[in-house]
Design a protein around this ligand. Sequence first.
Ligand SMILES: NCCCN[C@H]1CC[C@H](N)CC1
Length: 291
Amino acid sequence: VIPGWFSEISPMWPGEAHSLKVEKILFQGKSEYQNVMVFQSSTYGKVLVLDGVIQLTERDECAYQEMITHLPLCSIPNPKKVLVIGGGDGGVLREVSRHSSVEKIDICEIDKMVVDVSKQFFPDIAVGFDDPRVTLHIGDGVAFLKAVPEGTYDAVIVDSSDPIGPAQELFEKPFFESVARALRPGGVVCTQAESIWLHMHIIEDIVANCRQIFKGSVNYAWTTVPTYPSGMIGFMLCSTEGPSVDFKHPVNPIDENDSQQSTRPLKFYNSEIHTAAFCLPSFAKRAIGSK
Ligand SMILES: NCCCN[C@H]1CC[C@H](N)CC1
């Protein structure tokens, strides 16, 4: 360990560790589920860390929160009811609330400390909780989905940490089955789906499960996030049987200079990068392919 630096060391990415220079540690705590830390970095703003894994930094969180939200919501004509699993920092909520067609946003986050810490240290991200359409449920997303009536949501966004710790079951088949049941015909789900450089086996398992469960489209997309391991992160975009969804061409665009977004313009997402996000390098196309 280098004094004054935070290194993201984990068995999930052996032999490598992205590091950030630390100015000051702002919070350290232990919730029911994980260790929670916030530090002021020298060049990426404030940083949220759970069990030693970087969840977001102020400088590059836009890439992840905007893409995980607008890739699904811009792919269906009129999203009304949206469920967020995880996402306790509020960033996905902030992005969902850009869509004026949305009438109801449910969020189910297992760890209340993540919500409280985000509100205290990341007000521009936790602003998402202020939207009147939002209902916060503190609990396990798996149990929450089991209780949801069939066909409730137009879209589900699974903003999870990695499959080690509290988020492990969000990567397993029963969870995907419960998401499919909670979606209306032609509804869409977007999940955090790891890195093609680091986790191709996890991705192949997720794709195989999703191809069995979701009878519409199943596509992997990705974005660059400098402070995530390998500098990128992927998303699994799936739609249920019903009105067809072409994820690669947004039918419900919101663009960077959209008048409605004047208060806080989009920093990363736009319609071109939406389409580009589904282009894969050859090694990934062979392993994942896309129907
Ligand atoms: N809303 C915070 C993003 C959480 N996403 C994950 C954090 C941990 C990473 N290794 C992968 C993405």
